[in-house]
Ligand binder design. Sequence first.
Ligand code: HEM
Length: 459
Amino acid sequence: MTTPPIRAPKPVSRAGRFSLWRYVRAFRKDILGANPERLYRAKMAEFRIPFLHTFLVNEPPLWRHVLTERPQDFPKSPRMAAGLEPLLGQGVFISNGPLWERQRRIIDPAFEGGRLRDTFPAMLASAEGTVARLTALAGEAPVELDGPLSHATADVIFRTLFSVPIEDQTASAVYKAFRDYQGTQPLLNLAAFLPLPRWMPRMHRPSTLRAARKIRALITGLVARRRAEIAAGTAPDDLATKILTTPDPVDGQTFSDAEMIDQVAVFFLAGHETSASALSWALYLLALDPALQDQLAAEAEAELGTTPDFAAISRLRLARDVFREALRLYPPVPMMVREAACPVTFRGRPVEKGAQVVVSPWHLGRHAQIWEQPDDFCPARWQTAEGRSAVRDGFIPFSAGPRVCTGAGFAMIEGPLLLAMIARALRLAPVEGREPVPVAQLTVRAKDGVWVTLTRRAA
Ligand code: HEM
């Protein structure tokens, strides 16, 4: 008997044609559902509304052109930067040109393979704490996963960057302030999609600005403390120390405190919210497949043992496939927005300077011409020839090209490790009547949260 496929929940696409203002309203509510179903089959789509001409490019040669071949001709959209600027300042997530190049030259060495090995003990200690907290929630009552997993991934970031767990007073204050900020700045890309003329000033709610100021003040304290520890020779050998002491190989200068504060804000935002979203979805998908959970638990038991080491991560093949499959179906950053810096032609259509170009990991991950059964959760596909070739064309949850996510290697250790350790400790089951509906908030989240029940495995 063959087991039925597991369908990964997907928002209902809009039906028929919308008037401009209905479209804008739908977009404001939900970027994922506002688009028509045909985008899952299209090579390219063009949207023209007042003040905004947008191209969504799905065809692999087109998105490669934008992200990897001519990235300098498609800088990050200033519309997106405007939404995040109060928090991220001139941080690497939103900067462009020579400033961005300098930031990457200083940051990238901290995230290389050898350095990631050094962060492993901190990651492991954090994962052990997460498993203990989730185990304490086991029982008949449904558990909402987003909260505990945001806590988990924020803790990983604090421990690897600053060697402090989230319980540390400053760490937990930053974490709480971030939750407030996200409540007031709900959509990462919203500003980029709104048809407002570019000369119109971007309004930020006072509460958004207040939350951003508070986070930056707290981060300022962390950076100042670390600077003093470096001067005194007592700084721990973690990511913050590495970044603060790495000179730019071109100009020989290290980051100033102001520059470092911007980057730390980026790491907290880009590094914890994304991983938490991916893990919530991965655990939900696992909850739908008890047999797969057993296999994952067996793999974790065999490979991690009692004292897991860094080398074990590369042997967690199933955990990695589950995590990648979750990233395909629910890429935390669903769309990336760029702006054409010069006129080009896409599939015979003129793209004028200033037009918006959207590359959509969300649509690519479920594209009917790239994947077989694109909406099915099927980690086994990652071991097939078909899966491996589809990956090249349709799997860019970390983006691609020079602006690829700095933390991709970090996330591909953190995600499988947490999945393996959670599956070894707990069984998960879906909660009836609470199928999650994906929506694009700051990242792709479930509209009313991801709910499961947890049972201890040993029990
Ligand atoms: C599953 C987890 C993650 C996903 C899916 C993810 C995804 C992405 C994507 C798609 C971008 C490009 C956005 C764009 O071009 O508009 C990006 C950029 C970035 N990410 Fe990640 N990320 C993850 C985890 C992390 C972690 C753990 C860190 C750091 C600790 C991190 C740091 C960054 C930084 C610094 C950038 C900006 C790079 C640049 O613009 O040059 N990310 N991430």
